[in-house]
Design a protein around this ligand. Sequence first.
Ligand SMILES: Cc1cc2nc3c(=O)[nH]c(=O)nc-3n(C[C@H](O)[C@H](O)[C@H](O)COP(=O)(O)OP(=O)(O)OC[C@H]3O[C@@H](n4cnc5c(N)ncnc54)[C@H](O)[C@@H]3O)c2cc1C
Ligand code: FES
Length: 286
Amino acid sequence: MFEILEKERIGPGVNRAVISAPAVARAHKPGQFIILRCHQDGERIPLTVADKDVDKGTITLVWQEVGVTTYYMGTMCPGDSLIDVVGPLGTPTHIENFGTVVCVGGGIGVAPLYPITKGMYEAGNHVISILGARTEGLLIMTEDLKKVSTEQLIATDDGSFGIHGFVTQVLQGLIDKGTKIDLVVAIGPVPMMKAVVNVTRPAALPTVVSLNPIMVDGTGMCGACRVEVNGETKFGCVDGPEFDGFAVDFDLLTKRLAMYKGPELVALNKFRETPRGCECTFPEGM
Ligand SMILES: Cc1cc2nc3c(=O)[nH]c(=O)nc-3n(C[C@H](O)[C@H](O)[C@H](O)COP(=O)(O)OP(=O)(O)OC[C@H]3O[C@@H](n4cnc5c(N)ncnc54)[C@H](O)[C@@H]3O)c2cc1C
Ligand code: FES
C-alpha cells in the first residue's frame, strides 16, 4: 500500500499529492512515470512522477480530474492509500548540457515538464521555460518552474496573466529575434505539441514531445499505447513517452485518445451519481 502523506488542490480540478513510495523515488529519473490503481477494483492509469524526495522516500503526483479514476483520486485524503504504484516506467529523458533548452508546457503538461526542466537546469543548460494556460487561474507550478529556469515566460490565451497569446507565439518570438536554441521540449495537450512542432520545424530546432497515449500494462505487452513515429509503430510506454516531435503522427494519436470517449462519459456520470463523500476541503472555485 502506498500512503498519501499530503494532498492539496493547486488549481481548478488539479491536485498535488505526496505519496510514500521509497523504491520508486530511489529509481526514478526525469521523464518517467508510474501506473497506479486506487483500489482493488480500480483501473490502471499512468501519471508522471512530478517530483521526488529520495531521503523521505516520497514521490509527488500532480493530476487533472478528467474521468472516473482521476476524480476518484481527487476524493482521496492524506491517510488513504493507493493499492498499487508500479514504476518507474518509460525511457528517461536524455539529459545533458545542450546549451540553451526551451521547455514549453501547456495546462497540466507543466507538471510532467517540471522534473525535465529541473534536470536540464542542473545539467548546466540555459533554460527558458514557456508556460501557458487558457487563463490565469489555470496556471500551475509557475513558482516551481521559475526556480529551475534561467528565464521564464508566461502566456495566457485571454491575456489575464503574462503575455496575451499562445505559448507557440512566445516561442516564435524567441526564434524571430534570433535566440540561440539548441533543444525544445514540449509537453501539453496534443494540439499544443503539434503546434509547437509546426513552429520549430521550419527553424530546424530539435524538438522532443512527451506523448500521453492510453496505457494499460505500461511494460510493452498489451499494445494499447501504440503511436506512429516516423511511419513505424512504437509503444509509448517503453519506447517513449518522449519522441522526436517531427516524426510523430499527432492526428492518429488524437483519434486513438478519443476511442473510448462514450463509455468513459457513461462511467463518469455513474460515478458522479454515487459520490464517495470526500473529507478534504477545497479552496473556493477549485
Ligand atoms: C505517460 C503518461 C503520463 C501521464 N501523466 C499525467 C500527469 O502527470 N498528470 C495528469 O493529469 N495526467 C497524466 N496523464 C494522463 C492520465 O493518465 C489520464 O488523464 C488518465 O488516465 C485518465 O483516466 P480517468 O479514468 O480519470 O479518465 P477517463 O474517463 O478514463 O479518460 C479520460 C481521457 O484520458 C485518457 N485516458 C484514459 N485512460 C487512460 C490510460 N489508461 N492511460 C492514458 N490515458 C488515458 C483518454 O484520452 C481519455 O479520453 C499521463 C498519461 C500518460 C500516458
Ligand atoms: S501500455 Fe501496454 S504496451 Fe504500452
